[in-house]
Design a protein around this ligand. Sequence first.
Ligand code: ADP
Length: 625
Amino acid sequence: MEKKEFKSESKRLLDLMINSIYTNKDIFLRELISNASDALDKLYYRSLTDELDISKDELEINLAFDKDKRTITISDNGIGMTKEELEENLGTIAKSGSLSFKEDMTGDEKANIIGQFGVGFYSAFMVSKKIEVTTKALDSDDSYKWESEGVDGYSITKAKKKDRGTEIVLYIKDDTDTDDYSKYLDQYELKNLVKKYSDYISFPIKMECSHEHLVDEKKKKYETHTEIETLNSMVPIWKKDKNEVSDEDYDNFYMDKFSDYDKPLKVITSNVEGMVSFKSLLFIPSHAPYDYYTQDYEKGLSLYSNGVLIMDKCSDLLPDYFSFVKGVVDSEDLSLNISREVLQESHSLKLIAKNIESKIRKELETMMKDDREQYESFFKTFGVQLKYGVYNNFGADRDKLKDLVMFYSCKHDKLISLDEYVKNMKDDQKEIYYAAGSNINKIKSLPQVERVTDKEYDVLLLTDYVDEFCITAIQEYDSKKFMNVVSEDLDLDTEEEKEKLKKANEKSEDMFKAMSDLLPEVDEVKFSNSLGKHPVSLTTKGDVSIEMQKVFDAMPNDMGIKAKMILEINEKHPIGKKMKKLFKEDKKEFEKFTKILYSEARIIAGLPIDNPTEISSLICDVISK
Ligand code: ADP
C-alpha cells in the first residue's frame, strides 16, 4: 500500500491540530456534519439541474458509535468524491501556501493559524488516532478508501462501497490524564453536540438511540429498546423566528458556516416581503479574514432558494465596499434551476442586492450613533474599505458612504464623522480643514496645522493613504468645502497681513524667479505668513497634494502625475533676510542656500532627497565657513 506524504505546510498545521492547541475539541463533529451537508446540497442541486432521479427525502446523514471499538461513524449519501477529489481535498490542508510558521509560537498564535484556515475535516484528528474515509462519487462505479493516522501521511486504496456517498470512521484516541475522549462515545453527548452546533442543518442527522424502559417496577427490571431518531430540528436558523434563536446560536452558526474562530461583531437579520420576498442573516466579522486584503478573497453571500443552496458565494449580492459581510440569503422568488448567467441578470436578485446594501448601511449608521465603541472597532478593521468605496467608480457611491467614514480629529483626539465636524464648526469657519501625513504626531506638529488650531478650528488628521483620495472624492460636506491646511489656498490672514505679504513678495520677485530656476521640480517660491517659527515648507497648488504624490510614486508604473510644488519661506525668519542679502551679494552662496532650503522642506514633508551626497557636502561647505 502506497503511503503519501502531506505537503509540508499541511503537515505542520496537522501537527498543531493533533497536539490539540485548539481548545474546543467538540467542534470536530460539526465540521464533519457540515461537510456531509455540503455534499448533500451539491447532490441535490445537481439532481435539479441535471434532472437526476433523486428526491430530497432520501438524503440524510447518519451518525453511529461503538463504545467497544472506540469508533464514531459519520456517513452521508451525498455527492461523494472521486479518487482525484479525495487526493486533492484531503491531501492538502493549507491551500493558500502562505502560512507563516514561527518557532516558539504561543498558544494563541497557533490557534490563530488554525483559525485562519478554518478547522475543517482535519479537526477530527484532535480526537482521533486514525481516520478512514470511504467514498463513492455520483456517476462512478469505483469507490476508494483514504486512511491516515495523522502527520505520517495517508494512503488511498480501492474499496467496496456499494452506495453513493461518504463514510467517515474516527478511531477515538485513548483517554489521558488531562483529556477525556471517551465522552464522545456516548449517545447523550453526541446528541447534545448535534443540537448545539448542527441543529439548523437542513438534512436529517439520524442516529440509532437506545432507551431503557422499566418493565417490572417490583423487580426493577428494565428493557432496552432502540430506535432511529432524527437529532436536529432541520429548520435553517434564518427561517426560525428571531425570538427563538439566542445570540449564542447565531454566533455558533456563523463560526461554523464561515470557519471563523471568533464571534461576529454584529448580526443583522431581515425578513423582507414585497416585490421580492427573502430572508437574510448577515454578519459583520470582528476581524478581517486572513486573506481579506489579497486577490484571493472572494466576496459574496450564500444564496438559497427556499432552503436549497444555489450558490455558495453570490458576489452580485454585495457591493465591493461591503465585501467583508458574510451571510446567507434565502428567497422563494428565485428559481432553482437557474444558471449563473441568468441569475446575474435576474431582476429579483438585483432588488435583493439593493435591499441588502441599504440594510447594512442603515445598521452601520445606527451602530455609529448608538454604540460608538463597537463602530470604532468596526471602522478600525474595515474603514479602509468604506473609504475606498467613496472614491472608487469615480465617486459614484460617495453619497451613500460619506456618513459612515470617520477621520481623526485634532481637537478631540479621536475619530469623528464629517457630520460631527461640521456641527462643531466655529461661526466664522467656512471650510473643513484637514492635513495629511504618516502619523498623528507628525501631522500635529506641522506649522500649518498649528496655525489653524490657534484659531480654535478643528483639523482632520489623515494618516491612511486612501484618506485624501476619499476626501477629494466627497468634494464637499453640507456645502462646506475641504481645505488642506498646507494648500496655498488656505486663507487665514487679515486683509492687512495679506497686503503686507503681497508687497514683500513683489519686492523679491527676481530672487524667487532665480530660486525656482535652480529648482526644476518647484513651481513657485514665495514668502509665507503661515509658518510660525519654521523657516521653510513645501505646499502644493491644484488637485494633487504631497501625500497623494507619495501614493502615486509608490505605484509600479509612473503615471506622470506630479504635485505642483510651492516652496514657502518664512518672511519673519532670519533666513528670509539672509537670502535677500546673498541674492544681492553672493550668487554662489545663494545657490547653495537655495538647494539646502529646498532639501530641508522636502525632509519636513517626508519626501526623499534625490541627491543626498551633493546636499550633505553643500551643508558642510556652509557650516564650516
Ligand atoms: P472545507 O469544507 O472548508 O472546504 P475541509 O477540510 O473540511 O474544508 O474539506 C475539504 C474538502 O473535502 C471539502 O471542500 C469537500 O470538497 C471534500 N469533502 C469533505 N467531506 C466530504 C464529504 N462528506 N463528502 C464529499 N466531499 C467531502
